[in-house]
Design a protein around this ligand. Sequence first.
Ligand code: BES
Ligand code: MN
Ligand code: ZN
Length: 502
Amino acid sequence: MLEITFAKAVLPKAGVLVLPLAEGAALIGLPAMLDKSLAGALKRAMAVAGFTGKKGTQASILAPKAGLKRIILIGMGKGELSAQAAAELGGEIATACLKETEVLVLAEALTPELAAQAALGARLRAYRFDKYRTTQTEAEKTKLARLTLLVGDPAAATAAYTPLAALADGVEFTRNLVTEPANVLYPAEFAERAESLKKLGLKVEVFDKKDLEKLGFGSLLSVSWGSVREPRMVVLQWFGASGALDADGKKNKKLKDPVAFIGKGVTFDSGGISIKPAAGMEDMKWDMAGAGTVVGLMAVLAGRRAKVDAVGLVGLVENMPSGSAVRPGDVVKSYSGQTIEILNTDAEGRLVLADVLYYAQARFAPKFMVDLATLTGAIIVGLGHEYAGMFSNDDALAEKLIAAGQATGEGVWRMPLAALGEKYDKNLKSAIADMQNIGGGRAGGAITAAQFLQRFVNGKPWAHLDIAGMAWAAKDSAITPKGATGYGVRLLDRLVAKGFEG
Ligand code: BES
Ligand code: MN
Ligand code: ZN
Protein backbone atom coordinates (compact mmCIF):
# COMPACT_ATOMS: atom_id res chain seq x y z
CA MET A 1 0.00 0.00 0.00
CA LEU A 2 1.19 3.45 -0.89
CA GLU A 3 2.05 5.46 2.20
CA ILE A 4 1.03 9.11 2.06
CA THR A 5 2.53 11.92 4.14
CA PHE A 6 2.25 15.70 4.08
CA ALA A 7 5.19 17.90 5.01
CA LYS A 8 6.17 21.55 5.04
CA ALA A 9 7.18 22.86 1.62
CA VAL A 10 10.95 23.17 1.46
CA LEU A 11 13.23 22.29 -1.42
CA PRO A 12 14.23 18.65 -1.08
CA LYS A 13 17.85 17.69 -1.51
CA ALA A 14 17.37 14.09 -2.64
CA GLY A 15 14.94 11.74 -4.35
CA VAL A 16 12.48 12.18 -7.18
CA LEU A 17 10.61 15.47 -7.22
CA VAL A 18 7.31 16.01 -9.01
CA LEU A 19 6.42 19.55 -9.89
CA PRO A 20 2.81 20.13 -10.95
CA LEU A 21 2.57 23.41 -12.88
CA ALA A 22 -0.43 25.43 -14.03
CA GLU A 23 -0.54 26.26 -17.73
CA GLY A 24 1.38 29.39 -18.63
CA ALA A 25 2.26 30.19 -15.01
CA ALA A 26 5.67 31.73 -14.31
CA LEU A 27 7.96 29.86 -11.92
CA ILE A 28 7.57 31.48 -8.54
CA GLY A 29 8.41 30.49 -4.97
CA LEU A 30 10.13 27.13 -4.54
CA PRO A 31 10.11 26.18 -8.23
CA ALA A 32 11.87 29.49 -8.97
CA MET A 33 14.46 28.73 -6.25
CA LEU A 34 14.95 25.28 -7.69
CA ASP A 35 15.52 26.72 -11.15
CA LYS A 36 18.03 29.16 -9.67
CA SER A 37 19.92 26.39 -7.90
CA LEU A 38 20.12 24.63 -11.26
CA ALA A 39 21.44 27.76 -12.97
CA GLY A 40 18.27 28.04 -15.08
CA ALA A 41 18.32 24.44 -16.30
CA LEU A 42 14.68 23.91 -15.36
CA LYS A 43 13.44 26.79 -17.51
CA ARG A 44 15.69 25.73 -20.38
CA ALA A 45 14.41 22.16 -20.18
CA MET A 46 10.83 23.41 -20.24
CA ALA A 47 11.56 25.49 -23.32
CA VAL A 48 13.35 22.65 -25.11
CA ALA A 49 10.53 20.19 -24.33
CA GLY A 50 7.89 22.80 -25.22
CA PHE A 51 6.37 22.24 -21.78
CA THR A 52 3.86 24.98 -20.91
CA GLY A 53 1.85 23.24 -18.18
CA LYS A 54 -0.86 22.07 -20.57
CA LYS A 55 -3.06 19.42 -19.00
CA GLY A 56 -1.94 15.91 -19.83
CA THR A 57 1.65 16.90 -20.71
CA GLN A 58 4.83 16.03 -18.84
CA ALA A 59 8.54 16.72 -19.02
CA SER A 60 11.32 15.09 -17.09
CA ILE A 61 14.88 16.21 -16.39
CA LEU A 62 17.79 14.66 -14.55
CA ALA A 63 19.03 17.03 -11.86
CA PRO A 64 22.08 15.62 -10.09
CA LYS A 65 23.26 19.17 -9.49
CA ALA A 66 20.34 19.78 -7.13
CA GLY A 67 20.92 16.41 -5.48
CA LEU A 68 17.72 15.14 -7.04
CA LYS A 69 17.46 11.97 -9.05
CA ARG A 70 14.85 13.42 -11.37
CA ILE A 71 12.42 16.29 -11.66
CA ILE A 72 9.13 15.46 -13.31
CA LEU A 73 7.00 18.37 -14.50
CA ILE A 74 3.28 17.67 -14.80
CA GLY A 75 0.87 20.04 -16.51
CA MET A 76 -2.24 21.01 -14.54
CA GLY A 77 -3.87 23.03 -17.32
CA LYS A 78 -5.72 26.30 -16.89
CA GLY A 79 -8.14 27.38 -14.18
CA GLU A 80 -8.98 26.00 -10.75
CA LEU A 81 -8.91 22.27 -10.19
CA SER A 82 -12.06 20.42 -9.17
CA ALA A 83 -11.70 17.74 -6.50
CA GLN A 84 -11.98 15.11 -9.21
CA ALA A 85 -9.32 16.84 -11.36
CA ALA A 86 -7.00 16.93 -8.34
CA ALA A 87 -7.52 13.20 -7.79
CA GLU A 88 -6.72 12.62 -11.46
CA LEU A 89 -3.57 14.72 -11.11
CA GLY A 90 -2.57 12.43 -8.24
CA GLY A 91 -3.22 9.48 -10.54
CA GLU A 92 -0.92 10.98 -13.18
CA ILE A 93 1.78 11.52 -10.58
CA ALA A 94 1.54 7.89 -9.47
CA THR A 95 1.59 6.63 -13.06
CA ALA A 96 4.75 8.64 -13.79
CA CYS A 97 6.45 7.29 -10.65
CA LEU A 98 5.34 3.64 -10.39
CA LYS A 99 8.94 2.44 -10.68
CA GLU A 100 10.31 4.87 -8.09
CA THR A 101 10.24 4.06 -4.39
CA GLU A 102 10.14 7.49 -2.73
CA VAL A 103 8.57 10.48 -4.38
CA LEU A 104 8.11 14.09 -3.28
CA VAL A 105 5.49 16.35 -4.78
CA LEU A 106 5.84 20.10 -4.61
CA ALA A 107 2.15 20.83 -4.04
CA GLU A 108 2.32 24.30 -2.47
CA ALA A 109 -0.06 25.63 -5.11
CA LEU A 110 -2.83 23.24 -4.02
CA THR A 111 -5.27 23.94 -1.18
CA PRO A 112 -5.17 21.36 1.65
CA GLU A 113 -8.38 19.80 0.26
CA LEU A 114 -6.99 19.49 -3.26
CA ALA A 115 -3.65 18.15 -2.01
CA ALA A 116 -5.61 15.50 -0.09
CA GLN A 117 -7.59 14.62 -3.22
CA ALA A 118 -4.34 14.29 -5.17
CA ALA A 119 -3.06 11.92 -2.51
CA LEU A 120 -6.26 9.86 -2.81
CA GLY A 121 -5.90 9.69 -6.59
CA ALA A 122 -2.28 8.59 -6.30
CA ARG A 123 -3.15 5.87 -3.82
CA LEU A 124 -5.97 4.50 -5.93
CA ARG A 125 -3.85 4.54 -9.08
CA ALA A 126 -0.90 2.82 -7.37
CA TYR A 127 -3.09 -0.11 -6.25
CA ARG A 128 -1.83 -3.54 -7.21
CA PHE A 129 -2.74 -7.16 -6.54
CA ASP A 130 0.41 -9.26 -6.69
CA LYS A 131 -0.25 -11.95 -4.09
CA TYR A 132 -0.29 -14.78 -6.60
CA ARG A 133 2.86 -13.73 -8.49
CA THR A 134 6.01 -15.62 -7.62
CA THR A 135 8.22 -14.88 -10.61
CA GLN A 136 7.93 -11.13 -11.09
CA THR A 137 11.24 -9.50 -11.98
CA GLU A 138 12.45 -6.31 -10.30
CA ALA A 139 11.83 -4.39 -13.51
CA GLU A 140 8.22 -5.55 -13.68
CA LYS A 141 7.38 -4.61 -10.11
CA THR A 142 5.54 -1.50 -9.03
CA LYS A 143 7.81 0.02 -6.41
CA LEU A 144 6.11 3.23 -5.37
CA ALA A 145 5.94 2.93 -1.60
CA ARG A 146 5.87 6.47 -0.23
CA LEU A 147 4.54 9.75 -1.54
CA THR A 148 5.25 12.95 0.37
CA LEU A 149 3.25 16.00 -0.59
CA LEU A 150 5.02 19.24 0.27
CA VAL A 151 2.31 21.75 1.13
CA GLY A 152 1.77 25.10 2.85
CA ASP A 153 -0.25 23.68 5.72
CA PRO A 154 0.61 20.01 6.37
CA ALA A 155 -1.72 19.76 9.39
CA ALA A 156 -4.72 20.95 7.37
CA ALA A 157 -3.85 18.64 4.46
CA THR A 158 -3.44 15.69 6.82
CA ALA A 159 -6.83 16.43 8.36
CA ALA A 160 -8.43 16.66 4.91
CA TYR A 161 -6.79 13.39 3.92
CA THR A 162 -7.89 11.34 6.96
CA PRO A 163 -11.42 10.54 5.69
CA LEU A 164 -10.04 10.04 2.18
CA ALA A 165 -7.61 7.44 3.51
CA ALA A 166 -10.65 5.55 4.84
CA LEU A 167 -12.20 5.93 1.39
CA ALA A 168 -9.11 4.52 -0.29
CA ASP A 169 -9.05 1.63 2.21
CA GLY A 170 -12.66 0.82 1.30
CA VAL A 171 -12.03 0.94 -2.45
CA GLU A 172 -9.02 -1.33 -2.01
CA PHE A 173 -11.04 -3.74 0.12
CA THR A 174 -13.58 -3.96 -2.70
CA ARG A 175 -10.92 -4.37 -5.39
CA ASN A 176 -9.27 -7.17 -3.44
CA LEU A 177 -12.56 -9.05 -3.08
CA VAL A 178 -13.43 -8.63 -6.75
CA THR A 179 -9.98 -9.71 -7.95
CA GLU A 180 -9.79 -12.90 -5.88
CA PRO A 181 -10.43 -16.05 -7.92
CA ALA A 182 -13.59 -18.01 -7.21
CA ASN A 183 -11.74 -21.03 -5.81
CA VAL A 184 -10.47 -18.76 -3.04
CA LEU A 185 -13.41 -16.41 -2.60
CA TYR A 186 -16.63 -18.43 -2.26
CA PRO A 187 -19.61 -17.35 -0.13
CA ALA A 188 -18.25 -18.51 3.24
CA GLU A 189 -14.85 -16.91 2.61
CA PHE A 190 -16.47 -13.66 1.47
CA ALA A 191 -18.52 -13.65 4.68
CA GLU A 192 -15.39 -14.13 6.78
CA ARG A 193 -13.66 -11.21 5.11
CA ALA A 194 -16.75 -9.08 5.76
CA GLU A 195 -16.63 -10.16 9.40
CA SER A 196 -13.09 -8.83 9.67
CA LEU A 197 -14.66 -5.35 9.45
CA LYS A 198 -15.99 -5.71 12.99
CA LYS A 199 -12.70 -4.10 13.99
CA LEU A 200 -13.97 -0.83 12.50
CA GLY A 201 -17.02 -0.86 14.78
CA LEU A 202 -19.46 -2.43 12.33
CA LYS A 203 -21.98 -4.95 13.58
CA VAL A 204 -21.70 -7.93 11.24
CA GLU A 205 -24.20 -10.81 11.10
CA VAL A 206 -23.69 -13.87 8.92
CA PHE A 207 -26.66 -16.02 7.90
CA ASP A 208 -25.76 -19.54 6.77
CA LYS A 209 -27.76 -21.98 4.66
CA LYS A 210 -29.87 -23.17 7.60
CA ASP A 211 -30.69 -19.62 8.66
CA LEU A 212 -31.73 -18.74 5.11
CA GLU A 213 -33.90 -21.87 4.88
CA LYS A 214 -35.59 -20.92 8.13
CA LEU A 215 -36.26 -17.41 6.82
CA GLY A 216 -37.72 -18.81 3.60
CA PHE A 217 -35.22 -17.41 1.09
CA GLY A 218 -36.42 -19.87 -1.58
CA SER A 219 -35.35 -17.68 -4.47
CA LEU A 220 -31.74 -17.03 -3.34
CA LEU A 221 -31.30 -20.62 -2.18
CA SER A 222 -32.34 -22.09 -5.54
CA VAL A 223 -29.31 -20.44 -7.17
CA SER A 224 -26.99 -22.27 -4.77
CA TRP A 225 -28.51 -25.76 -5.21
CA GLY A 226 -25.98 -26.82 -7.81
CA SER A 227 -22.88 -25.77 -5.89
CA VAL A 228 -20.94 -27.53 -3.15
CA ARG A 229 -20.30 -24.06 -1.71
CA GLU A 230 -23.06 -23.12 0.70
CA PRO A 231 -24.74 -19.73 0.42
CA ARG A 232 -24.54 -16.88 2.92
CA MET A 233 -26.15 -13.53 3.58
CA VAL A 234 -24.15 -10.90 5.42
CA VAL A 235 -25.74 -7.89 7.14
CA LEU A 236 -23.44 -5.05 8.20
CA GLN A 237 -24.78 -2.28 10.42
CA TRP A 238 -23.20 1.09 11.13
CA PHE A 239 -24.66 3.11 14.02
CA GLY A 240 -23.04 6.41 13.05
CA ALA A 241 -26.00 8.68 13.83
CA SER A 242 -27.90 6.90 16.60
CA GLY A 243 -24.78 5.59 18.35
CA ALA A 244 -23.90 2.05 19.36
CA LEU A 245 -25.25 2.74 22.83
CA ASP A 246 -28.77 3.96 23.45
CA ALA A 247 -29.79 6.76 25.88
CA ASP A 248 -29.61 4.44 28.94
CA GLY A 249 -26.12 3.30 28.02
CA LYS A 250 -27.43 -0.08 26.92
CA LYS A 251 -26.40 -1.64 23.66
CA ASN A 252 -28.37 0.02 20.87
CA LYS A 253 -30.02 -2.69 18.81
CA LYS A 254 -31.94 -0.73 16.24
CA LEU A 255 -30.79 1.49 13.42
CA LYS A 256 -32.83 4.67 13.06
CA ASP A 257 -34.06 5.45 9.51
CA PRO A 258 -30.98 3.91 7.97
CA VAL A 259 -29.82 4.17 4.41
CA ALA A 260 -29.56 0.68 2.91
CA PHE A 261 -27.21 -0.80 0.33
CA ILE A 262 -27.75 -4.24 -1.16
CA GLY A 263 -25.28 -6.19 -3.29
CA LYS A 264 -25.34 -9.14 -5.68
CA GLY A 265 -22.68 -11.56 -4.56
CA VAL A 266 -22.48 -14.41 -7.06
CA THR A 267 -18.94 -15.57 -6.37
CA PHE A 268 -18.95 -17.45 -9.68
CA ASP A 269 -21.63 -17.41 -12.35
CA SER A 270 -21.29 -20.37 -14.71
CA GLY A 271 -24.88 -19.80 -15.80
CA GLY A 272 -25.91 -23.04 -14.10
CA ILE A 273 -27.85 -25.52 -16.26
CA SER A 274 -28.41 -22.66 -18.74
CA ILE A 275 -24.63 -22.71 -18.97
CA LYS A 276 -22.61 -19.87 -20.46
CA PRO A 277 -20.25 -20.32 -23.43
CA ALA A 278 -16.61 -21.10 -22.51
CA ALA A 279 -15.10 -17.92 -23.97
CA GLY A 280 -14.80 -15.28 -21.27
CA MET A 281 -16.48 -17.35 -18.58
CA GLU A 282 -13.54 -16.59 -16.26
CA ASP A 283 -14.85 -13.03 -16.03
CA MET A 284 -17.72 -14.37 -13.97
CA LYS A 285 -15.50 -14.54 -10.89
CA TRP A 286 -16.32 -10.86 -10.53
CA ASP A 287 -20.06 -11.44 -10.51
CA MET A 288 -19.87 -10.56 -6.82
CA ALA A 289 -18.75 -6.98 -7.48
CA GLY A 290 -22.03 -5.49 -6.25
CA ALA A 291 -21.56 -7.22 -2.91
CA GLY A 292 -17.89 -6.24 -2.90
CA THR A 293 -18.85 -2.60 -3.35
CA VAL A 294 -21.42 -2.71 -0.56
CA VAL A 295 -18.89 -4.15 1.87
CA GLY A 296 -16.19 -1.66 0.82
CA LEU A 297 -18.68 1.18 1.25
CA MET A 298 -19.63 0.05 4.75
CA ALA A 299 -15.91 -0.08 5.59
CA VAL A 300 -15.60 3.54 4.41
CA LEU A 301 -18.58 4.77 6.43
CA ALA A 302 -17.23 3.11 9.56
CA GLY A 303 -13.62 4.03 8.78
CA ARG A 304 -14.39 7.73 8.54
CA ARG A 305 -16.98 7.60 11.32
CA ALA A 306 -19.79 8.88 9.06
CA LYS A 307 -22.69 10.48 10.94
CA VAL A 308 -25.32 8.23 9.47
CA ASP A 309 -27.12 5.02 10.29
CA ALA A 310 -26.47 2.60 7.46
CA VAL A 311 -26.99 -1.05 6.66
CA GLY A 312 -25.33 -3.15 3.98
CA LEU A 313 -26.76 -6.51 2.94
CA VAL A 314 -25.15 -8.94 0.54
CA GLY A 315 -26.51 -12.19 -0.90
CA LEU A 316 -23.70 -14.68 -1.54
CA VAL A 317 -24.05 -17.76 -3.75
CA GLU A 318 -22.18 -19.74 -6.38
CA ASN A 319 -24.15 -20.58 -9.55
CA MET A 320 -23.07 -24.00 -10.82
CA PRO A 321 -24.53 -26.80 -12.94
CA SER A 322 -24.81 -30.22 -11.31
CA GLY A 323 -27.28 -33.02 -10.60
CA SER A 324 -28.76 -30.96 -7.80
CA ALA A 325 -28.87 -27.66 -9.68
CA VAL A 326 -32.07 -25.74 -10.28
CA ARG A 327 -33.60 -26.56 -13.68
CA PRO A 328 -35.25 -24.32 -16.24
CA GLY A 329 -38.96 -24.60 -15.51
CA ASP A 330 -38.59 -25.02 -11.74
CA VAL A 331 -40.84 -22.88 -9.55
CA VAL A 332 -39.57 -21.44 -6.25
CA LYS A 333 -41.15 -19.39 -3.50
CA SER A 334 -39.38 -16.15 -2.61
CA TYR A 335 -39.08 -14.62 0.87
CA SER A 336 -41.75 -12.09 -0.17
CA GLY A 337 -44.20 -14.97 -0.71
CA GLN A 338 -44.33 -14.44 -4.48
CA THR A 339 -43.58 -17.48 -6.63
CA ILE A 340 -41.09 -17.44 -9.52
CA GLU A 341 -40.84 -19.72 -12.53
CA ILE A 342 -37.14 -19.95 -13.38
CA LEU A 343 -36.91 -20.15 -17.17
CA ASN A 344 -33.19 -19.37 -17.41
CA THR A 345 -30.81 -20.31 -14.60
CA ASP A 346 -28.32 -17.71 -15.87
CA ALA A 347 -30.70 -14.93 -14.82
CA GLU A 348 -29.66 -15.68 -11.23
CA GLY A 349 -28.61 -12.31 -9.86
CA ARG A 350 -32.19 -11.09 -9.72
CA LEU A 351 -33.17 -14.26 -7.82
CA VAL A 352 -30.57 -13.46 -5.18
CA LEU A 353 -31.47 -9.79 -4.92
CA ALA A 354 -35.22 -10.49 -4.76
CA ASP A 355 -34.93 -12.07 -1.32
CA VAL A 356 -32.30 -9.69 0.05
CA LEU A 357 -34.19 -6.58 -1.10
CA TYR A 358 -37.44 -7.76 0.41
CA TYR A 359 -35.66 -8.66 3.66
CA ALA A 360 -33.89 -5.28 3.80
CA GLN A 361 -37.08 -3.23 3.60
CA ALA A 362 -39.05 -5.54 5.89
CA ARG A 363 -36.46 -5.61 8.68
CA PHE A 364 -34.91 -2.14 8.54
CA ALA A 365 -37.60 0.18 7.08
CA PRO A 366 -34.79 2.16 5.40
CA LYS A 367 -35.03 5.73 4.05
CA PHE A 368 -34.10 4.27 0.70
CA MET A 369 -32.41 1.22 -0.78
CA VAL A 370 -29.70 1.23 -3.44
CA ASP A 371 -28.73 -2.12 -4.90
CA LEU A 372 -25.64 -2.81 -6.99
CA ALA A 373 -25.31 -5.77 -9.31
CA THR A 374 -23.38 -7.01 -12.31
CA LEU A 375 -26.82 -7.96 -13.49
CA THR A 376 -26.96 -8.01 -17.29
CA GLY A 377 -24.81 -8.14 -20.38
CA ALA A 378 -27.52 -5.97 -21.94
CA ILE A 379 -26.49 -2.91 -19.91
CA ILE A 380 -23.00 -3.18 -21.43
CA VAL A 381 -24.55 -3.24 -24.90
CA GLY A 382 -26.56 -0.14 -24.00
CA LEU A 383 -24.10 2.01 -22.05
CA GLY A 384 -20.66 0.48 -22.59
CA HIS A 385 -18.12 1.13 -19.86
CA GLU A 386 -18.85 4.82 -19.18
CA TYR A 387 -21.96 4.73 -16.99
CA ALA A 388 -23.74 2.28 -14.75
CA GLY A 389 -27.41 1.85 -15.62
CA MET A 390 -29.62 3.39 -12.95
CA PHE A 391 -33.25 2.45 -12.47
CA SER A 392 -35.31 4.13 -9.78
CA ASN A 393 -38.86 4.56 -8.55
CA ASP A 394 -37.84 7.79 -6.77
CA ASP A 395 -36.89 10.94 -8.70
CA ALA A 396 -35.22 12.68 -5.74
CA LEU A 397 -32.96 9.70 -5.08
CA ALA A 398 -32.20 9.38 -8.80
CA GLU A 399 -31.17 13.03 -8.99
CA LYS A 400 -28.90 12.72 -5.96
CA LEU A 401 -27.22 9.70 -7.53
CA ILE A 402 -26.68 11.55 -10.80
CA ALA A 403 -25.12 14.49 -8.93
CA ALA A 404 -22.85 12.17 -6.92
CA GLY A 405 -21.83 10.51 -10.19
CA GLN A 406 -20.88 13.83 -11.75
CA ALA A 407 -18.84 14.85 -8.70
CA THR A 408 -16.90 11.59 -8.42
CA GLY A 409 -16.60 10.59 -12.06
CA GLU A 410 -18.45 7.35 -11.22
CA GLY A 411 -21.33 8.09 -13.57
CA VAL A 412 -24.85 6.70 -13.60
CA TRP A 413 -27.29 7.00 -16.49
CA ARG A 414 -30.99 6.76 -15.75
CA MET A 415 -32.92 4.11 -17.62
CA PRO A 416 -36.68 3.53 -17.90
CA LEU A 417 -38.75 1.75 -15.30
CA ALA A 418 -42.44 1.00 -15.79
CA ALA A 419 -45.17 0.53 -13.21
CA LEU A 420 -46.10 -3.00 -12.14
CA GLY A 421 -48.03 -4.77 -14.88
CA GLU A 422 -47.24 -2.15 -17.52
CA LYS A 423 -44.89 -1.85 -20.50
CA TYR A 424 -41.67 -3.82 -19.81
CA ASP A 425 -43.03 -5.31 -16.61
CA LYS A 426 -45.77 -7.29 -18.30
CA ASN A 427 -43.18 -9.47 -20.07
CA LEU A 428 -42.57 -11.15 -16.72
CA LYS A 429 -45.99 -12.83 -16.73
CA SER A 430 -45.59 -16.56 -16.16
CA ALA A 431 -47.79 -19.41 -17.40
CA ILE A 432 -47.87 -21.12 -14.00
CA ALA A 433 -46.38 -18.84 -11.29
CA ASP A 434 -46.62 -15.22 -10.12
CA MET A 435 -43.81 -14.28 -12.49
CA GLN A 436 -40.97 -15.72 -14.56
CA ASN A 437 -37.34 -14.68 -14.18
CA ILE A 438 -36.76 -13.55 -17.76
CA GLY A 439 -38.78 -11.59 -20.33
CA GLY A 440 -39.69 -12.83 -23.79
CA GLY A 441 -36.46 -12.14 -25.65
CA ARG A 442 -33.23 -10.16 -25.60
CA ALA A 443 -34.81 -6.75 -26.21
CA GLY A 444 -34.45 -4.37 -23.26
CA GLY A 445 -32.80 -7.05 -21.13
CA ALA A 446 -31.39 -4.68 -18.49
CA ILE A 447 -34.82 -3.09 -18.05
CA THR A 448 -36.57 -6.46 -17.71
CA ALA A 449 -34.12 -7.33 -14.93
CA ALA A 450 -34.82 -4.04 -13.13
CA GLN A 451 -38.57 -4.60 -13.47
CA PHE A 452 -38.14 -7.98 -11.83
CA LEU A 453 -36.30 -6.41 -8.88
CA GLN A 454 -38.96 -3.73 -8.50
CA ARG A 455 -41.45 -6.47 -7.63
CA PHE A 456 -39.47 -7.07 -4.43
CA VAL A 457 -39.02 -3.53 -3.08
CA ASN A 458 -42.58 -3.25 -1.80
CA GLY A 459 -42.99 0.25 -3.20
CA LYS A 460 -40.18 1.68 -1.03
CA PRO A 461 -37.78 4.34 -2.39
CA TRP A 462 -35.14 2.42 -4.29
CA ALA A 463 -32.52 2.63 -7.01
CA HIS A 464 -30.89 -0.25 -8.85
CA LEU A 465 -27.41 0.18 -10.34
CA ASP A 466 -26.51 -2.32 -13.05
CA ILE A 467 -22.70 -2.19 -12.85
CA ALA A 468 -21.91 -5.05 -15.26
CA GLY A 469 -19.90 -2.66 -17.47
CA MET A 470 -18.14 -0.88 -14.60
CA ALA A 471 -16.82 -3.44 -12.14
CA TRP A 472 -13.75 -4.38 -14.15
CA ALA A 473 -11.62 -2.33 -16.52
CA ALA A 474 -9.66 -3.71 -19.48
CA LYS A 475 -7.38 -0.64 -19.53
CA ASP A 476 -5.67 1.64 -17.03
CA SER A 477 -7.39 4.98 -16.49
CA ALA A 478 -6.78 8.14 -14.44
CA ILE A 479 -7.12 6.72 -10.92
CA THR A 480 -7.81 3.08 -11.69
CA PRO A 481 -5.31 0.52 -12.89
CA LYS A 482 -6.80 -2.13 -15.16
CA GLY A 483 -8.68 -4.82 -13.28
CA ALA A 484 -11.20 -4.46 -10.49
CA THR A 485 -12.28 -0.83 -10.28
CA GLY A 486 -14.11 -0.63 -6.96
CA TYR A 487 -16.77 1.30 -8.88
CA GLY A 488 -19.56 2.60 -6.67
CA VAL A 489 -17.68 3.04 -3.41
CA ARG A 490 -16.78 6.68 -4.07
CA LEU A 491 -20.19 7.31 -5.68
CA LEU A 492 -22.21 6.08 -2.71
CA ASP A 493 -19.87 7.56 -0.11
CA ARG A 494 -20.52 10.91 -1.79
CA LEU A 495 -24.29 10.26 -1.90
CA VAL A 496 -24.26 9.66 1.86
CA ALA A 497 -21.90 12.54 2.69
CA LYS A 498 -23.83 15.13 0.67
CA GLY A 499 -27.38 14.05 1.37
CA PHE A 500 -27.73 12.01 4.53
CA GLU A 501 -25.21 12.94 7.20
CA GLY A 502 -25.37 15.18 10.23
N1 BES B 1 -23.66 -11.99 -14.39
C1 BES B 1 -24.39 -11.95 -15.58
C2 BES B 1 -24.37 -10.59 -16.28
C3 BES B 1 -23.06 -10.17 -16.86
C4 BES B 1 -22.73 -10.52 -18.15
C5 BES B 1 -22.19 -9.39 -16.14
C6 BES B 1 -21.53 -10.10 -18.69
C7 BES B 1 -21.00 -8.97 -16.69
C8 BES B 1 -20.67 -9.33 -17.96
C9 BES B 1 -25.85 -12.30 -15.32
O1 BES B 1 -26.08 -13.19 -14.27
C10 BES B 1 -26.39 -12.93 -16.54
O2 BES B 1 -25.95 -14.00 -16.87
N2 BES B 1 -27.34 -12.27 -17.19
C11 BES B 1 -27.92 -12.76 -18.38
C12 BES B 1 -29.41 -12.57 -18.29
C13 BES B 1 -30.20 -13.32 -19.34
C14 BES B 1 -30.08 -14.81 -19.13
C15 BES B 1 -31.64 -12.89 -19.27
C16 BES B 1 -27.34 -11.98 -19.54
O3 BES B 1 -27.08 -10.77 -19.39
O4 BES B 1 -27.11 -12.57 -20.58
MN1 MN C 1 -25.97 -15.21 -14.93
ZN1 ZN D 1 -24.65 -13.24 -12.82
